[in-house]
Write a protein of this length. Sequence first.
Length: 198
Amino acid sequence: MFKDRTGKILTLEEFFSKVINRVKNIFLEFGVFLLHLVGYIPSHCFRRFCYRLARIKIGKGSTIHTKTRFYNPRNIIIGEDTIVGEGAVLDGRARLIIGSHVDIASEVMIYNSQHDIENENFTAVDKPVVIEDYVFIGPRAIILPGVTIGKGAIVAAGAVVTKDVPPYAIVGGVPAKIIGERKNKNLHYKLGRARWFR
């Protein structure tokens, strides 16, 4: 007789399904660990090659700087001419879509999975995150599951974004609230080339 962690008795089919799922998760965690190590290699081109092998979709001219961490990279899509700063966390346990010409500063954390604190088994709830074109996210900001950040919006350093951000809004604080509006709405800039050793 087999039981799960809650004590529920499992059929043979349920037991083998759990074993297969566990093995898949071990391989996924090992792959994520390897990507973590790749993040320390001071060559932008080599890291981008490895990230694409891991099935992260990275647009032309986009840069992912050193020490970026990923969770389930195959669900991450990054547009063109986007910069991800050092030490960022990009969560791909649900869909993460980052647009073009997005500037994500150092140590930003973007999560799309969290625990349901009201569930008796504390299960995970996955919700996609969308960051539209020309967004700037300041250092150490945290974006939580289910959030969409509208085109041209600005997220201040250290902000914790728990709700959708309208286009061109400037948000800051914990939790983030609208503190202003971006006046220039005719955005067409390019962020520039990658720093080779960052």
